[in-house]
Structures are given as C-alpha cells and as structure tokens.
Ligand binder design. Structure first.
Ligand code: 9D3
Length: 228
C-alpha cells in the first residue's frame, strides 16, 4: 500500500481532504494510508518550540532542524528498505506538474514536510530531503495547503483510487488543450440554449466544434500551452 507521512504543525488542517470524496474512498479501499505527525510532538524543549530566531538577524522565525529530524527518524524506524521520497513543500521548490505527480505516484512512500514561518533551517534542505516542491507562484501561509494539493493529485493516480468510470475518462492536458465546453439538460435554461451542433447527431461536426472551442479557450486563458 502507498504510504504518505505528513509532518506538520497543523495536522487538523488535513481532516477535510482525508474525510471526503475520492481520498476518503482511497483510504477506505486500502489504496493509500495517510499518517499525520505533529512536528511539535518531537520538540524536546519544555515549551515545545519548533522555530527560533535567524542567525545573522532579520525578521521572522525559522523552523528548527531537530524536531524535523526526529520526526523523520521516527517515521523511518522499522522500515529500512522503503526508500521514501522526502519532500519539503516550500516557495523555493520546483513547480508541481502533472508529470512530476506521475513520477511521485510510482514510489511507495512519501514523507511530506510542511514549512512555516519565514522558512526552514537550510540544513533540512541539505541533509534531510530528496525533493523541494512548490505548487505555484503565489504566497501561502504555510506548506499544508500545498501538501494537500500534492496528496490529491498523486493519490488519484494510484491504481484503484478512482472509480471505473472516472479512470477511463481522458485527462485534461492530454491533448495539450483545455477541455471543450460541456452541457447537460435542460436544453433551455431561462432562454439560454445549448449549442444546436451538439444535438445534430453529426459526430464529425461535433468533434470539429469541440476542437475549435477548446483551442479558443486555450488561446484566451492559457496561451502558454500553445506557444512553442
Ligand atoms: C519572506 C519571503 N517569503 C518567501 C516567498 C517567506 C515565506 C512565505 C510563505 C515563507 C513561507 C511561506 C509559506 N508557503 C509555503 O510554505 C509554501 C508555498 C507557497 O507559499 N506557495 C506555493 N507553494 C508553496 S509550497 C509551500
């Protein structure tokens, strides 16, 4: 079974994604196990500190290495042969893409470390992790939401995670374009009608219309997907 260990100071943030929808079903079906670990539980000082002031001065706090090291050591104990990917979620990481999610889904064990404050001690990057991942160019308050995005995108790729109907469906981006517009009943909603072509029964014309609409939408919203 695929194992994801999450190291975080806010384990409660994950209950939503783990207890709903596809992820809930995948966990119930034994496709994946997601274990949450509170980094604060691994802090040895009496105030359970997980951060400290930066050497050299400057604003903000930096996440300490020792609690993260001890949490990783605990997660690895008794499973020496597993070879996990140890992934730090951070704004400085490589961008998460569908290709990278597919690569990650081919492993057996991921350890996700959620950063916080102004960052983590650089020695975490140097000595403890195998990958550093960002989910895009915007500022989050911490790595937790990014970890949830990574979990969602990886778990749905695991064999047995999706229902049969879902898994057969072709993925967006598989033809390099955004998806074409879709409609269902009613054919007339408050005077807004479904395009006639879709009721024509002419599959050649429908296919052509969908390709054109997908191209228009891609040029408008994601020209970067078309420009070479
Ligand atoms: C002071 C400079 N900031 C770096 C751009 C500090 C900082 C901002 C936000 C440090 C950590 C964070 C919290 N964000 C994450 O941990 C994070 C993140 C993100 O903010 N955007 C996209 N992907 C990710 S993955 C983890």
């Amino acid at each position: 079974m695929f194992l994801i260990d999450v190291l975080t100071i806010f384990p409660g943030m994950f209950s939503g994604i783990l207890n709903e929808s596809i992820l809930k079903r995948a966990i119930k079906a034994g496709v994946v196990n997601v274990k949450l670990h509170n980094i604060r539980d691994y802090s040895k000082d009496k105030h359970h500190k997980v951060d400290d002031r930066p050497f050299g001065g400057g604003p903000g706090m930096v996440m300490k290495i020792e609690p993260i090291y001890d949490a990783i050591k605990d997660v690895l104990k008794g499973r020496k042969k597993s070879i996990p990917r140890i992934i730090l979620l951070s704004p400085q990481g490589r961008a998460l893409t569908q290709d990278f999610a597919e690569e990650l889904s081919k492993n057996r064990h991921l350890i996700l470390i959620c950063g916080h404050y102004e960052g983590v001690d650089e020695r975490v990057r140097e000595y403890l992790i195998t990958d550093e991942v960002s989910i895009g160019d915007y500022v989050l308050t911490g790595g937790e939401l990014a970890a949830m995005v990574l979990i969602d995108t990886v778990v749905r790729l695991l064999p047995g995670a999706l229902g049969d109907k879902d898994s057969a469906k072709s993925e967006s981006f598989s033809n390099g374009l955004l998806e074409y517009p879709q409609y269902t009943r009613p054919a007339d909603f408050m005077g807004k009608r479904v395009p006639d072509v879709l009721s024509s029964g002419n599959h050649k014309i429908i296919e052509k219309w969908r390709r054109e609409e997908a191209t228009k939408k891609t040029l408008l919203n994601r020209p970067d997907l078309i420009k070479t």
